[in-house]
Design a binder for this molecule. Structure first.
Ligand code: LER
Ligand code: MN
Length: 267
């Protein structure tokens, strides 16, 4: 298992400094935000150059596309699909494992057409009707679509890993995978380790935060049983920090990395 960090958590005035600090701390990958990559192609070149020069990989791209796949307006959904496909191309160029995809934030935006179909039923079908097009691009670029379940306060749609597994099983393409976020799992899963084991073959990426969404080791989440489950499923990809970092930033990032490495040594 490789441990990394989202770019935004790192101290440093620019991309070069941030990547340099990440390398010095001992991180093995950096997750970047997708929005700027779509707006400025120079940024893609910069990430590529810096990551090669410093010798630290771009693990993944976090969202950044316009709109959402489950919006009510077809033109908005089309823009989302267009950007997702562009980001997959960029992900290929940068060697990222995948692009994180949240189908919808908040409540439903499509109407409740009961008794024909309620909003949730329509959303499920809407997602299934759009996934083949983007997963085909994921396969072509070898950059996975990483479905991310979020807690109930952030989305009504995918809250638990088992719900994301359903889409992987229906689409049946190895480039449609799941990312499991410890912060969301801590709220939604009855048992994090069991949820990881059940979704095992589809998990390709991890987000790490403690119960209070601060660095692991600063809250009360039991990382040991979760990491054990990841080891059991043979997970070898990135676990990326996505959380608040109290000051002093660098020292606390170092402290968390040590905390996680100790757990990994123990299990
Ligand atoms: C949002 O809470 C989250 O976990 C992000 O990874 C969504 O892209
Ligand atoms: Mn996350």
């Amino acid at each position: 298992m490789k441990i990394g960090c989202q770019e935004g958590l790192l101290p440093g005035k620019n991309v070069f400094e941030k990547f340099e600090i990440a390398k010095e701390i001992g991180f093995e990958g950096i997750e970047i935000w997708g929005k700027e990559l779509l707006e400025n192609t120079e940024k893609i070149k910069e990430y590529k150059k810096v990551s090669e020069k410093i010798g630290i990989k771009i693990s993944s791209i976090c969202a950044g596309y316009r709109n959402l796949l489950l919006e009510a307006e077809p033109e908005n959904r089309e823009k989302a699909r267009e950007d997702i496909k562009k980001l997959l191309e960029i992900g290929k160029d940068l060697g990222a494992v995948g692009l994180i995809l949240v189908p919808i934030f908040g409540g439903p935006r499509v109407p409740n057409l009961s008794p024909y179909k309620n909003a949730y039923e329509l959303e499920r079908e809407l997602l299934l009707s759009q996934l083949p097009e983007i997963v085909e691009k994921a396969e072509e670029t070898k950059c996975c679509i990483l479905l991310e379940p979020l807690n109930r306060y952030e989305t009504h749609f995918l809250n638990r890993l088992e719900q994301a597994v359903e889409y992987c099983e229906k689409i049946k393409n190895p480039y449609l995978k799941i990312m499991a976020d410890f912060f969301h799992m801590n709220i939604e899963e009855a048992n994090i380790a069991e949820a990881i084991k059940k979704a095992g073959k589809y998990i390709a990426h991890i987000h790490l935060a403690d119960s209070n969404r601060i660095l692991p080791g600063f809250g009360h989440t039991d990382f040991e049983s979760g990491f054990k489950a990841l080891k059991e499923i043979g997970f070898e990809n990135y676990m990326i920090l996505e959380c608040g970092v109290p000051e002093p930033r660098r020292e606390n990032l170092e402290r968390t990395l040590k905390f996680m490495k100790e757990i990994l040594r123990k299990i």
